[in-house]
Design a protein around this ligand. Structure first.
Ligand code: SF4
Length: 503
C-alpha cells in the first residue's frame, strides 16, 4: 500500500459552513466504473454529503477515472487544470481522483496537480470519506492506494443510478493477459464473490423494486475459478433467474475462450435471462487474436454464436472490436470485416487502437499509422451500421416488451426491449401515466441503425419498479409521477465478506 501525505494541497481548508457539503461524481470508462461510482455516491451519502443540484457548483468533485480509453491522461489532467482556478477561489472546494488512472499514476497525480486533495485506488474506495476528512483537517493531500482488494466492494453503501435496474458484481479483476489491456495490472487477479452473497444482494434489490439485474465481471465465464466450480456461472444464472420479482437478467462481459455450452443452456432454459449476448470479438484475424493474447480463434467465436442462435433465434448479439492493433495488415482487417459480415451483430462498439502505457502492446513494433487506422475504422463502422440497420428492419411489425427508462415531458418514451435494443415509443396519454420502470408492449414501426421506433398503440403494465420510482421521487421532491429523475435508494451494503487471499 502507498499512503502518502503531501505538504502540498495548500488550498485545502476546513469547511466554513454547517450546511451539508455537496458533491458530484464524474465517471469515465466501463460499467465497472459506473457501478463503482454508485458505491462512491453511496458512501458520500452515508457520510452526510448530498448530491449537488444540476447547475450548481459542488463542494466536492470526484473523478472516477479510466486508464483504458485513449488519451485518458490528457483528459484527466485537462479537467484537473480547469478546476485549479475554482480551488484557488474557494479553498473549501475539494477534488478527489479515484479509479484506474489513480491506481496507475498514484503519486504522480498530486505532483502534476498539487491542488488535488485525495487520490484513492480501485481497491480502497471505502476510504474516501475518511481521506477527504483527513485532507481537510491536515491541510495535506492524501494519497492512499492498496495493492490488492481486502473487502469485496459490494460491502460498501451504494446509491444506484436507477430504481428499476441494478448492476451486481459477481467478480472483480481478471486472470487473463490480453496485451492491449491494463485491467489485470490495475484491478488484480480475479476475485469471485460467493453465490450466496450474490443471491442475497439480488433478493434485496428485488425487495426494493428492482426488476432487472446485470451481473458484472471482467470475465463472467471464469466465475467460480476461485472456488473451483467450472459450472458456477451457469448455475448462478439459473439461480438469479429464479429470484421472485426479477424479470430480466443480463450479464457482461463473457470471454469467448471460456464460454461453455452449459451457459447457453442456462440462458435458453431460464425465461428471465434475456435473449441477448455481448461478447467481445476484438479482431477477426487469428494472427492478431494471437498477438492480442486472446486465447480463442475466429472459428470458435462464430461457433458460439451459432449455438446461441440455435437455442435462442431471437437473441441480439453485440461485440467490441479494436481496429489497427499493432501489426494489423489489410488482410487481417479484411478478416475482421468478413467475420462481422457473418456474425450479423446488432451493434458493435468499435475502438481505434491507441497506445496504452503499461500494456505489452504499447511497445510492440509495427504500430499502425493513425490515418490507416482511421480509414479502416470508417470502413468497419459503415459495414456494421448497414448490418445493424438491416437486422433492425427485420423487426418492423414485431411486438416488443419495453422496460421504460426515460419519460420526457414531451416526445417519445425510451426504453430497452428484451434483447436490449433501444426503443423509442410514442407516448399514449390514454393508457395513463407511464413511469420509468414500467413495462409497455407495442409494435415496431420503423428501424434505424442504432434504435427502433414504435409509433403504435401500446399497452401499459405498471410495475413495482415504477412504484419504486414514484417513491424515490416523492422522497426527493414530494411529488411523484413527474418527469424528474431521482436516483435509486442508498443501500447500506451487504454484510462484510473479506476477500479470500488463499488462492
Ligand atoms: S479478458 Fe482481456 S480485455 Fe478483458 S479485462 Fe481481462 S485482460 Fe482485459
Amino acid at each position: 500500500m502507498t499512503d502518502t501525505a503531501y505538504p502540498a494541497a495548500p488550498l485545502s481548508a476546513a469547511p466554513t459552513t454547517t450546511r451539508p457539503r455537496t458533491y458530484e461524481v464524474k465517471t469515465y470508462g466501463c460499467q465497472m466504473n459506473v457501478h463503482d461510482s454508485e458505491r462512491i455516491s453511496g458512501m458520500l451519502d452515508t457520510a452526510g454529503y448530498v448530491p449537488a443540484e444540476a447547475g450548481t457548483d459542488p463542494d466536492l468533485v470526484v473523478f472516477n477515472t479510466c486508464a483504458v480509453r485513449e488519451n485518458a491522461d490528457n483528459r484527466l489532467y485537462g479537467n484537473l487544470g480547469h478546476l485549479a482556478k475554482v480551488k484557488e477561489a474557494n479553498p473549501d472546494f475539494q477534488i478527489a481522483v479515484g479509479g484506474c488512472m489513480a491506481q496507475k499514476d498514484r503519486d504522480v497525480i498530486v505532483q502534476r496537480a498539487p491542488w488535488v486533495d485525495v487520490v484513492f485506488g480501485t481497491h480502497n474506495m471505502g476510504s474516501l470519506p475518511t481521506l477527504l476528512e483527513r485532507a481537510r483537517h491536515n491541510r495535506e493531500a492524501q494519497v492512499e492506494i492498496l495493492e490488492s482488494l481486502e473487502v469485496f466492494p459490494s460491502t460498501l453503501p451504494t446509491t444506484r443510478d436507477s430504481t428499476h435496474s441494478a448492476w451486481v458484481s459477481i467478480s472483480v479483476g481478471c486472470n487473463n493477459t490480453c496485451t492491449f489491456c491494463i485491467v489485470p495490472s490495475l484491478r488484480g487477479k480475479e476475485k469471485d464473490r460467493r453465490p450466496g452473497d450474490i443471491l442475497a444482494e439480488v433478493e434485496a434489490l428485488a425487495a426494493e423494486g428492482v426488476v432487472e439485474v446485470t451481473l458484472l465481471g471482467q470475465n463472467v465465464n471464469s466465475y467460480g475459478a476461485e472456488f473451483r466450480d467450472r459450472g458456477a456461472f451457469a448455475k448462478l444464472l439459473r439461480a438469479v433467474g429464479q429470484v421472485p420479482g426479477i424479470r430480466r437478467v443480463r450479464f457482461t462481459s463473457p470471454h469467448p475462450a471460456m464460454f461453455t455450452d452449459d451457459v447457453i443452456e442456462a440462458m435458453a432454459d431460464t425465461p428471465t435471462v434475456m435473449p441477448q449476448l455481448h461478447m467481445p470479438l476484438q479482431s477477426g484475424s487469428d494472427r492478431i487474436l494471437k498477438s492480442m493474447r486472446r486465447s480463442y480463434r475466429s472459428s470458435r467465436f462464430l461457433g458460439i454464436l451459432e449455438k446461441v442462435r440455435e437455442r435462442m433465434p431471437e437473441a441480439a448479439i453485440t461485440t467490441d472490436i479494436i481496429v489497427g492493433f499493432p501489426g494489423e495488415t489489410e488482410e487481417d482487417f479484411r478478416a475482421t470485416l468478413d467475420l462481422v459480415e457473418r456474425a450479423r451483430f446488432s451493434q458493435a462498439f468499435t475502438f481505434q487502437y491507441s497506445v496504452r502505457p503499461g500494456t505489452p502492446a504499447a511497445t510492440m513494433k509495427n504500430q499502425i499509422p493513425k490515418e490507416i487506422v482511421q480509414e479502416r475504422f470508417e470502413r468497419l463502422v459503415a459495414l456494421q451500421d448497414s448490418i445493424a440497420h438491416e437486422e433492425n428492419r427485420k423487426l418492423i411489425g414485431t411486438e416488443v416488451e419495453v422496460l421504460v427508462t426515460k419519460v420526457p415531458a414531451d416526445g417519445r418514451l425510451s426504453g430497452r426491449a428484451a434483447d436490449n435494443r433501444l426503443v423509442h415509443v410514442a407516448a399514449d396519454p390514454s393508457v395513463g401515466t407511464v413511469r420509468p420502470g414500467d413495462m409497455v408492449r407495442t409494435t415496431v414501426t420503423e428501424a434505424k441503425p442504432y434504435f427502433l421506433i414504435a409509433d403504435a398503440p401500446l399497452t401499459l403494465e405498471r410495475t413495482v419498479a415504477g412504484d419504486a420510482w414514484d417513491r424515490a421521487q416523492a422522497e426527493s421532491c414530494g411529488t411523484g409521477s413527474g418527469t424528474a429523475r431521482p436516483s435509486g435508494p442508498t443501500s447500506l451494503g451487504m454484510p462484510t465478506m473479506p476477500v479470500r487471499s488463499d488462492r
